[in-house]
Ligand binder design. Sequence first.
Ligand SMILES: [Zn+2]
Length: 410
Amino acid sequence: MTDADLEAGRRLMAKLDAFAAFTDEPGRLTRLFLSDAHAKAARAFIGWCGEAGLEARIDAAGNVVARYEGKLAGAPALMIGSHIDTVRDAGRYDGNYGALAALAVVEHLAARRERLDHAIEIVAFGDEEGVRFKTTLTGSRALAGTYPEEALDQRDADGILMREALTAFGGDPDRAASLRARNVAAFVEAHIEQGPVLEAEGLPLGIVTAINGATRLEVGVGGVAGHAGTTPMNLRRDALTAAAEMALAVEARARGEADLVGTVGRFDVQPGAVNVIPGHVQFSIDLRSPDDARRVKAAADIEAGLSAVAAARKVGVRIERAHDANAYACDPGVVAGIARAVEAVGVPPRRLPSGAGHDTMAMGRLCPAGMLFVRCKDGISHNPLESITVEDCAMGLEALTLFARNFSAS
Ligand SMILES: [Zn+2]
């Protein structure tokens, strides 16, 4: 890395720090979709675009978008970006890193008056975290032409309609559904990893191969509640010990397969008294994999395994599918291009799936899409402790810039 690259990383870090001041809650970073803080952040982003000579604007769906023309006006574009909304009490890098890095790529080119064969469009999506309304990815879905119009009728906790909030923000609810981006050759998103893999392997950057699909199961286990003192062990139908064995079966199945992750995250024991054998347990299973067929097979195996445990322990089991979402396989051409850029900055090209959802999933419906991951401290995100180093920040920006420069729209 040259001194100039490191300096560009420092400037990006400083912008990320300044950007974190746009919050809806004093003392911590909370920037919900279409909120006052989101509006202020969008205005700051537009201002910074202006300093780089770019005319940015808010589109109908509440994205901030700007275009840096190539050598010929009207050329196909490489779109680069991420989201600038956050969860409550967020870190300052999730989403914001990718949006401000996109701007930094254009600042770099504009400062050198460098025009590419393709245009670059930068985008700061507004609705990735899905905290305020019961929707998510409406910004990227608008650009992809898959806008969920029913989202406009959602109300937030204060009863404000998304349609009204979008209008106040400067968007146009009547045009959001017909926004679909045109002439976009590919989309790339830089994002913190939000997991511990890169740090564990001592790598600053990673290339995302797929965004995991997810299955969520709701499991009810029915035993017989009884007196903890009078019921002999061999005459019990304990819902909790059965459910515990089921949770271990989920873990064992997930451990047996690379890139499959399974989590029992909620466990509710009834009646929950110190001297009563548990009569009922309700628990959740979250299953994710970059490969849909393997996820579906794992879910079926787990359902069979749970039924076997229930039969052996003479308890009832009821399993419901609460959620099913397919994986998005990143475009092989974009993945290869990101891998070349990562290698060119001197980092071994580590490919890995993303366990979390991203705007890239939606953009993949419009055009070839992919992601670059940047290592984050302890894999922590959605937390003010989120942290990246200035060197990793710079290296991510350098790789993104190289990708943009070497990209070919044909
Ligand atoms: Zn994010």
